[in-house]
Design a protein around this ligand. Structure first.
Ligand code: HEM
Length: 544
């Protein structure tokens, strides 16, 4: 069934490895997960006006109290100490910044998420080992490439994404009669990797089984290095630089897979482009990120194809694992709230029926006007009746209940403390407190997502709360931070949400029931974080 997967991602080992995979879109990698990698770097702000929360007698840190009930503990801290306070938690000394000041952490240039990630894991040295250009640009190039090329072309990418998702779900899940899938992540990762491979490298290269394996395994291999201890330790860091700074990075094998698969395709594209130029006709540029990078060769001073494939690898690390994790989590929400799955199904039926009727009306209009002679002349055109019921981009856009559901899942499933930022310079918040240079601020996401002033009945999962509001699942704001916000807000969120909504729509269309294998794990499933897979499998039952 999952024949294309490499051995190490197709069994229980994969689940274990998930714990260690830290993709670049590390917003999801919880502070708890990163904790064991840091001991003394940074620390809390030296500003004396920031209170330090008293440690409970008998404890040596705040971990135990936090773990007993993070909501209660954080509410108590805010009530007693105000929105900014210091904690000794996750093996670190962190300054917690809560709403309404949390947004300032994202909006100020004084704070960096990437620096914090590097501080706790030494990840940048490793990242630098497989790209040759744009190394210290603070993700500017990759951000631009996504913003200017990928996001605006999403409507064109959507049919290809849908095709891969559909093919995969039909092959790996198919018709089910209360079929137990022990590890739905494996199905999701295959689907997402294939769709991403098509978008990033183009349809032809995406067919290559080794490329697909790279899309799946890269984050695991990356995680294995990044998780291996306190990389900021001087000797450890030096050894990482020595080991991975010289082209011997374990990621290079993935770059080489991409280079090998891309080389003939790129040569053929060059040939076609030259031929078109010779004939004076316009060459129809292939639609994928690879082509966009090739076209931007001079703009970004890329060094060679290996460099370009290294940049694609960065994108893979940011996208595949994060989107796989959230798609899998979405399935658990559908299982936990079957009554809402029915509403989502009905919405989809309605929207698709409207689409089909609209297309039929357009065909009729053309026939009436004599623009098209016979009905069968529409076959193979944009108005081919075969595609009347497809999930096209405008259709996915109209799934407002699905959008609200997805946003509510992200809101509800928050990691209470997350998105650590390093202070690049001393920065004074609007309440007068200063986060001193070199210290670490962590965002109290609970105070943002569960803020009773902004969110009605915040502790409740209310999936339709955003319907009719201008709060799309892609829209970052101070009460919705799964993608961060401000200048560095995740540029891939438009693609990620498009895929998530499509996965959700496909699943409710195909399966009348998705159920938890172990209903007692319900709460864990709802609140599980990346790298912390749920123990319970899922049962699937097809619609009649
Ligand atoms: C559900 C899936 C995803 C989640 C939850 C997620 C989350 C995040 C978060 C929290 C950040 C940090 C934002 C900050 O610094 O404030 C981030 C950054 C980033 N993400 Fe995503 N991401 C996802 C998918 C993707 C995808 C599909 C792509 C690529 C197509 C991508 C590319 C990036 C890049 C390049 C950055 C760095 C941006 C910068 O530093 O300017 N992500 N992501």
């Amino acid at each position: 069934m999952l024949g294309l997967l490499a051995n190490n991602t197709s069994g229980p080992v994969a689940v274990e490895l998930l714990r260690y995979a830290v993709p670049l879109g590390v917003g999801l990698a919880s502070a708890a997960f990163l904790s064991f990698k840091i001991s003394s770097n940074g620390g809390y702000s030296t500003d004396k006006s920031i209170p330090t929360v008293r440690i409970r007698s008998g404890d040596s840190t705040h971990d135990k109290e936090f773990n007993e009930s993070s909501d209660e503990f954080l509410t108590m801290c805010e009530a007693t100490y105000g929105p900014v306070f210091n904690l000794s938690i996750y093996g670190q000394k962190l300054t917690v910044v809560s709403a309404p000041l949390a947004r300032e952490v994202f909006m100020s240039d004084g704070f960096s998420f990437t620096d914090a990630l590097d501080d706790v894991s030494g990840v940048m040295t490793f990242m630098m080992s497989f790209v040759k250009s744009n190394r210290f640009d603070d993700n500017k190039m990759i951000h631009e490439v996504i913003r200017e090329n990928l996001t605006p072309n999403l409507p064109l990418f959507t049919p290809r994404i849908v095709k891969h998702l559909t093919e995969n779900v039909e092959r790996d899940l198919g018709h089910c009669d209360h079929k137990l899938v022990k590890n739905p992540t494996l199905i999701m990762q295959n689907m997402i990797a294939q769709a991403m491979a098509d978008v990033f490298m183009g349809s032809e290269i995406a067919k290559d089984p080794e490329v697909l394996t790279t899309f799946i395994d890269a984050a695991f291999d990356f995680g294995k290095v990044v998780q291996s201890g306190n990389n900021k330790d001087f000797w450890k860091n030096l050894s990482i630089k020595f080991k991975y700074g010289t082209g011997t990075s374990p990621m290079m094998k993935h770059v080489q897979v991409l280079v090998r698969a891309a080389t003939p395709v790129v040569l053929e594209r060059r040939r076609q482009e030259a031929e078109a130029a010779e004939k004076g006709v316009e060459w129809e540029r292939p639609l994928d990120v690879l082509q966009k990078l090739l076209d931007s060769y001079d703009r970004y001073n890329f060094v060679d194809l290996e460099d370009i494939c290294g940049q694609v690898l960065t994108l893979i690390l940011a996208s595949v694992h994060t989107t796989t994790d959230t798609s899998t989590n979405l399935l658990y929400y559908l299982a936990c709230f079957p009554e809402h799955a029915q509403t989502l199904y009905e919405e989809q039926q309605r929207v698709i029926n409207e689409q089909a009727a609209e297309r039929e009306a357009q065909r009729q209009k053309k026939l009436d006007a004599g623009e098209v002679k016979f009905k069968q002349d529409f076959v193979g055109t944009d108005l081919d009746p075969e595609h009347d019921h497809d999930l096209a981009a405008p259709t996915v856009k109209k799934l407002v209940y699905m959008d609200s559901f997805v946003r509510e899942v992200f809101r509800f499933r928050i990691d209470r403390l997350s998105l650590i930022h390093s202070a690049r310079q001393s920065t004074t918040l609007s309440n007068g407190m200063t986060i001193s240079k070199g210290s670490k601020a962590i965002v109290n996401i609970r105070s943002c997502h569960m803020n009773p002033d902004q969110v009605d009945e915040a502790p409740e999962f209310r999936p339709w709360r955003f319907v009719g509001k201008s709060k799309a699942a892609t829209k970052a704001s101070s009460d919705y931070l799964p993608f961060g916000m401000g200048k560095h807000a995740c540029p891939g969120r438009f693609l990620a949400i498009q895929e998530l909504k499509t996965v959700g729509a496909m699943m409710v269309a195909r399966y009348s029931k998705i159920e938890m294998e172990k209903p007692e794990d319900r709460l864990k499933a709802l609140l599980s974080q990346i790298g912390d897979p749920v123990d319970s499998g899922l049962y699937f039952t097809s619609r009649a």
